[in-house]
Design a protein around this ligand. Structure first.
Ligand SMILES: CC(C)(COP(=O)(O)OP(=O)(O)OC[C@H]1O[C@@H](n2cnc3c(N)ncnc32)[C@H](O)[C@@H]1OP(=O)(O)O)[C@@H](O)C(=O)NCCC(=O)NCCS
Length: 163
């Protein structure tokens, strides 16, 4: 396996993160300004995985702590280069994020994912995230999906993990 180092983001990482995100279908991609916001303003809760010798970025997790509810943290994007998948590196990233936000006092982590992103659903379920039912959700294959969550016909799964 490639020898990797996991570190907090620095501001200049955002363009390389943007390039890698293009390789992370079906994850949503953002404009560069969104990646830049994370690398500038959420350094403590955002991480990159880099090749230890070449320093190429091979994975990232971009997250933050809610301004409105300090008990709640949020993972906006998580992506691993296909060459590094299935090796437990994303699991390590989730662990580092949870350790960071729990030390600051967070009690839960939230994120949203697309109903057709079956790999991400399996991954987050393995990581102990749950999709809770509500009057706005429909259950398909044991997963609760919130219809029109991000607008018309843009359904999402809201995953939560108590930490
Ligand atoms: C989802 C994603 C981040 C998983 O990354 P990964 O580095 O391959 O995951 P890990 O190797 O750390 O796997 C952790 C656990 O999830 C499980 N898992 C990962 N991929 C899986 C798959 N395709 N099918 C079933 N289980 C899977 C692993 O079996 C492992 O379980 P274990 O701890 O019991 O061994 C990666 O597939 C990816 O980047 N996908 C594209 C981007 C995306 O959709 N991101 C999520 C939405 S923001």
């Amino acid at each position: 396996m490639i020898d990797v180092n996991i570190r907090n983001v620095v501001e200049d990482d955002f363009l390389e993160i943007s390039c890698l995100a293009e390789n992370c279908n079906p994850m949503s991609t953002m404009t560069n300004s969104v990646y830049h916001l994370f690398t500038k303003h959420f350094k403590n809760t955002s991480f990159v995985v880099e090749n230890r010798s070449s320093h190429e970025i091979l994975g990232f997790l971009l997250g933050f702590i809610s301004q409105d509810d300090p008990n709640e943290s949020y993972i906006h994007l998580l992506c691993m280069d296909p060459i590094l998948r299935g090796k437990g590196v994303s699991k390590t990233l989730i662990g580092m994020f949870i350790q960071t936000v729990s030390q600051i006092g967070c009690k839960k982590v939230k994120l949203v994912t697309k109903p057709h992103n079956t790999i991400s659903i399996k991954f987050y379920t393995k990581m102990g995230f749950k999709s809770y039912p509500s009057d706005k959700t429909v259950e398909i294959d044991g997963i609760n999906i919130q219809e029109d969550y991000d607008g018309h016909e843009d359904d999402k799964i809201i995953f939560t993990k108590q930490i």
